[in-house]
Design a protein. Sequence first.
Length: 69
Amino acid sequence: MIIGPNFYTAVGLLGTLAFMLLGLFSTYPAVRAYEKGRNFAKWYIFSFFLFPIALVASIVINDKKEMLS
């Protein structure tokens, strides 16, 4: 076994890395929605918990500025 007695340390480090990458990747749908006139913070939280759905939704939503015109 490569990891040996440090199994929990490896799981903790990989879990932390996954958590940080999810936080980084969650900014993309939030920025796309912000560019279309939506609230960045709400979209960031939405994309953090439901990334695949938020990614598709941020691409599909209409621009708020075009809707007001």
